[in-house]
Design a protein around this ligand. Structure first.
Ligand code: ZN
Ligand code: ZN
Length: 408
């Protein structure tokens, strides 16, 4: 045997415990999000390439280096979605959904990144978007929601790091300041930073390589206009009042162009290397840039694979298996009848579909952890009964109604 096909680098097969965890997160999140009034939405896996160029931003790493871009047979330039916010906003606008509105999503994303632990080229994100709310109260709700989710998934050892990235004019002022102060030094910075220097120098402060070279630099917080400062102060006050644990981190800029004012990351020490479980922020100009109304928005997303890495194993609460065993081929029809009958009663039943010896069937029942084995032989059929074996106690019962034992 030599298998002919292998999965593509950076992708993975999800089954067993991993699958259980993934869907546990999905089900838990549906419960939590609906409590906060968020409806789930599912958008197409591919969109026009331009959607991401114009919203995620042409200067971002995602658009420049990580998108799966292709042309379909009619020459349309498409991209597999690398993030959820642009498609969800596109859907809100295109479907004329009334703003304000709140949506959540659980979708696979695609990015051509270097595969590593907890990072795949196809991965899941669990996120939310709250559109049409201007005041910082929704920022509070979004943070509370994100934390509620973590708590309900049993995740510990995380912290919220919060910053304000100001508005566009604050960032312009800051960019000017940065260009000025870095003028003579930029040649010593990495290639990425050299590129950022011209187009959006404030992203230089996010650089992991050049971290040490920018210690003396003023933060964007020193350049906030009155409105942005007020927004941030109100939010910080609200967080204090709610006893919400957070730290302020002026270095958070997020890798996306559209963020304004509140930006945050959720860091887990269990991931190592300062890796984030997720993050988010405001995007007060994005809807308008996309041709929509002048409405603000805020959102966040968790990397589901990252959540899975830091989560404890979950306890599966499966229905107890009832395994139907038949002595010879002659009793097979009767066995099938019983399997169907048990399943119709919303219980979990199975049998050996290709006949094997009684001994081998019993072994299978044992290996699958069956709670009950229902044995059908010539004698039982004659007496219109079944033999029921309790696999925990070894007790055997002859009965015409096994269902009264299953409930226990
Ligand atoms: Zn501002
Ligand atoms: Zn750099």
């Amino acid at each position: 045997m030599s298998i002919k096909f292998k999965k593509i680098r950076g992708t993975r097969d999800i089954y067993g415990e991993e699958f259980e965890k993934l869907f546990f997160i999905f089900e838990k999140s549906r419960e939590i999000f609906s409590k906060y009034g968020y409806d789930f939405i599912l958008t197409p896996a591919f969109e026009s390439k331009e959607l991401f160029e114009k919203s995620t931003g042409e200067t971002t790493d995602i658009v420049q280096k990580e998108m799966y871009v292709f042309e379909d047979l009619s020459g349309r330039k498409l991209a597999l979605r690398p993030e959820g916010t642009p498609p969800v906003l596109r859907a809100i606008l295109e479907n004329n959904i009334e703003i304000p509105c709140k949506f959540a999503y659980f979708m696979n994303m695609f990015r051509y990144e270097r595969p590593q632990k907890g990072r795949y080229r196809e991965f899941f994100q669990l996120g939310a978007e709250a559109v049409g709310f201007k005041e910082p109260y929704i920022d509070l709700e979004v943070l509370l929601l994100a934390e509620d989710l973590l708590k309900n998934l049993g995740i510990k050892d995380y912290r919220f790091e919060i910053n304000s990235v100001g508005c566009i004019s604050d960032r312009e002022k800051y960019s000017k300041y940065l260009r000025n102060i870095l003028k003579d030094k930029i040649n010593n910075f990495c290639e990425n930073c050299k590129r950022r220097y011209e187009r959006n120098p404030f992203r230089i402060i996010d650089c992991k390589i050049d971290k040490a070279k920018i210690r003396e630099i003023k933060s964007l917080m020193d350049f906030l206009c009155d409105d942005c400062r007020r927004h941030h102060e109100i939010l910080i006050n609200l967080l204090e009042k709610e006893n919400f644990k957070y730290v302020e981190n002026p270095l958070i800029v997020r890798g996306l162009d559209y963020y304004t004012r509140t930006a945050f990351e959720i860091i887990s020490d269990r991931l190592g290397a300062q890796d984030a479980l997720g993050g988010g922020g405001r995007y007060d100009f994005l809807l308008k840039d996309m041709g929509g109304p002048d409405s603000p928005g805020i959102g966040f997303a968790f990397g589901v694979e990252r959540l899975m890495l830091v989560m404890e194993d979950i306890k599966k609460k499966d229905k107890a298996l009832i395994y139907v065993v038949y002595v010879t081929e002659k009793e097979k029809d009767e066995a099938i009848k019983w399997v169907r009958k048990i399943r119709e009663n919303n219980l979990y039943a199975d049998m050996e579909w290709d006949y094997r010896s009684l001994k081998s069937q019993m072994r299978k029942a044992n290996n699958k952890g069956a709670k009950w084995v229902l044995i059908i032989g010539e004698e039982e059929i004659k007496r219109e009964k079944v033999k029921l074996k309790n696999m925990e106690t070894g007790e055997e019962i002859l009965t015409d109604n096994p269902f009264k034992f299953f409930e226990k």
